[in-house]
Design a protein around this ligand. Structure first.
Ligand code: GUN
Ligand code: FE
Length: 439
């Protein structure tokens, strides 16, 4: 039976143990496994891993998931809620055609509150059942629909940033805001309205779609909005060859694509920023991403579907850049972050074999890290079970995938990702110390 998060919130203890096979990756490249152990949640935070319950905690309730895998919740650094309805269709084009033929017509529908309510209701319900506990989400240009999306995300218990999209050019009239100042004005209204709703886990994020859809005057207006509210920023960067060429034409004086955002203070430093893709980032752009501390949302499934290419993730990791994973629905066909983890590994093997024999393929522990701690760092102390980290956890019962073989916990974890155990049903999900889903 599904359990409503609000009911649990009312009745649940804020200090409890989860018991099971604990798996996390506090540092990149190494899994930390604690078989048959207790993870303490205290005031919403991880507060220790124990082999037996210490005497001082003898009265603390234990949620017994013996035999199950317990891991940090998945962090989706890049997903378009407004494209969820048509995922899995229109996959035979590249980015710019795909936007014109599929994404923009779909997003135009969100001017209709009834359509938005239906479509976002389905999205939120799917997210609730997914392995994701944190997400950074694109809505559309529509203020009311995006606020509705925030209402629905808040109810899921997932912690998220949600953006009203800004775009004032290179889109059909229905999806082009009539002027830069009106787009900014509407964004002020959006942020103010969100503040009045007193969400606990849902926050606004500034969302200029990408340079082709944002004039210089819009970016300039948005830099004001960002400063006023100290908003984080999300956008797209260097995703596809056609897009990169278009940006060169539209912003000829920018040193590189990302410089087009940076000149308006929308590229890291004091603005916490996540840029999706970074497949074609030049050396200079990579240096700026690193220097400004921009998070890269690597979206392998989308990059394959839209034939965008393969991001040089090994290089980003070697440089110590901040890298997480994104589903990028509906460029990506699924919200499954388990799929993102295995896609990232598999695509890196093709990159190594065909493009750069010096770029070692990603390993499972590395990709698992990107989906948890890598993306989680955008939210703060999120993505591992280390003391003081937000208590986000996912419980999975791999007995639903029978095998006559015996496996170590590490092997069971890897198998759960490759076989898509998240699609077979999550046993329970916790975010910020509260159970938000159980089945
Ligand atoms: N670039 C600008 N908009 C989009 C979008 O909706 N999806 C993807 N994958 N890239 C984009
Ligand atoms: Fe995207």
């Amino acid at each position: 039976m599904d359990t409503d998060c609000c009911q649990i919130e009312k009745s649940g203890a804020d200090t409890f143990f989860l018991y099971g096979d604990l798996c996390h990756a506090p540092v990149i490249g190494r899994l930390d496994i604690h078989a048959s152990s207790y993870l303490l949640c205290k005031n919403g935070q991880c507060a220790g891993i124990f082999k037996t319950v210490p005497p001082e905690f003898a009265s603390v309730p234990v949620l017994d998931y013996g035999g199950c895998l317990i891991m940090p919740g998945m962090v989706d650094l890049h997903i378009h809620a407004s494209q969820f309805a048509y995922r899995g269709t229109g996959m035979d084009c590249e980015l710019l055609d795909w936007l014109a033929r599929f994404a923009f017509p779909e997003e135009s529908r969100y001017a209709d509150p009834d359509y938005a309510a239906g479509a976002y209701g389905i999205f939120a319900e799917q997210m609730r059942k997914s392995a994701t506990t944190r997400a950074v989400i694109f809505g559309t240009i529509h203020r009311e629909a995006t606020l509705l999306l925030m209402d629905l995300m808040e109810k899921t218990g997932i912690v998220s940033y949600v953006g009203k999209v800004n775009m004032d050019r290179d889109a059909p009239p229905a999806l082009r805001e009539p002027a830069a100042d009106l787009s900014a004005f509407d964004t002020f209204g959006f942020v103010n309205a969100a503040a009045k709703r007193n969400y606990r886990r849902t926050k606004p994020i500034l969302t200029p779609r990408f340079i082709p859809c944002c004039s210089d005057s819009l970016l300039s207006e948005l830099s004001e909005v960002r400063r006023t509210y100290d908003l984080p920023v999300q956008s797209h960067l260097s995703e596809n060859p056609g897009e990169v060429e278009l940006v060169k034409k539209l912003m000829p004086d920018a040193r590189f694509y990302g410089d087009g955002y940076d000149r308006y203070g929308l590229f890291g430093n004091e603005s916490r920023t996540v840029m999706a893709h970074c497949v074609y980032s030049s050396d200079e752009e990579i240096r700026r991403l690193l220097k400004n501390g921009v998070w890269v949302a690597h979206c392998p499934n989308s990059n394959m579907n839209l034939a965008s290419g393969i991001a040089p993730v090994r290089r980003y990791l070697d440089l110590g850049m901040r890298v997480g994973l994104g589903s990028d629905v509906a460029g990506g066909q699924t919200e499954s972050m388990f799929r993102a983890v295995t896609d990232a590994i598999q695509i890196s093997k093709l990159y190594w074999r065909h493009i750069d024999s010096g770029a070692r393929p990603l390993t499972f522990p590395e990709s698992f890290y990107m989906a948890t701690r890598g993306g989680g760092s955008f939210f703060g102390k999120v993505g591992s079970f280390a003391d003081g980290f937000a208590f986000d956890a996912l419980v999975l019962d791999d007995a639903v995938m029978p095998t006559p073989r015996e496996f170590t916990v590490e092997q069971r974890l890897e198998r759960a990702f490759y076989l898509g155990l998240d699609q077979l049903g999550i046993r329970a999900k916790f975010a910020d110390g509260r159970m938000i889903y159980q089945h």
